[in-house]
Design a binder for this molecule. Structure first.
Ligand code: AMP
Length: 178
């Protein structure tokens, strides 16, 4: 049975009304409520479900960012993740932390932790990039299933069903070996 990494990003809570800084250099984050990115919550839930079905062995929540992201890791642990990894990125490095940097971290951790699968949120609601999963798969040369609405582990294969307008279909890369 396999170990799965799940990326959990700390973002401004979805219900907060975003305010732009007076000098237009970004958005106000001080004193603003932050939470786990909603799509990362779905990723954690999916991984925990796979573990409950005994299809995977361990769920490891990974978050890259300053000390405050430990809160997000704790939320993942409360949801059923077994272990957390905090990759500390702060100051100017955090300001320039984007999908490419996060995917390099995820790819390196996948090798170090000997993970067999990585589940990431469809997108982070702060940058709306929808790039980290695709870049991570490319760096590892792993198959990928995007916009997953169902993930089924079948023996040594993973079947991903994705939503398309008005329907569902198995991902082009469904039933990949893992
Ligand atoms: P994005 O490509 O930025 O839209 O993010 C897609 C997904 O990548 C998120 O839902 C997370 O699962 C993961 N991710 C992005 N940034 C981080 C981060 N700083 N720490 C952990 N996971 C992240």
């Amino acid at each position: 049975m396999a170990r799965v990494l799940v990326g959990v990003k700390r973002v401004i809570d979805y219900a907060v009304k975003i305010r732009v800084k007076p000098d237009h250099s970004g958005v106000v984050t001080d004193g603003v409520k932050h939470s786990m990115n909603p799509f990362c919550e779905i990723a954690v839930e999916e991984a925990v479900k796979l573990k409950e079905k005994k299809l995977i062995k361990e769920v490891v929540a990974v978050s890259c960012g300053p000390q405050q992201v430990q809160e997000t890791i704790r939320t993942a642990l409360a949801m059923g993740a077994d272990r957390g990894i905090h990759v500390e990125v702060s100051g100017k490095d955090y300001e320039s932390l984007g999908p490419l940097q996060v995917s390099k971290i995820m790819a390196a951790l996948a090798k170090k932790e000997e993970a067999k699968m990585i589940i990431l949120g469809k997108q982070a609601i702060d940058d709306d990039c929808n790039q980290t999963g695709q870049m991570t798969a490319a760096l590892l040369d792993w198959p990928q299933g995007t916009f997953a609405s169902e993930v089924a582990v079948e023996g040594d294969k993973v079947k991903v069903v994705r939503e398309i307008d008005g329907a569902w279909r198995p991902s082009r890369s469904a039933c990949q070996q893992w």
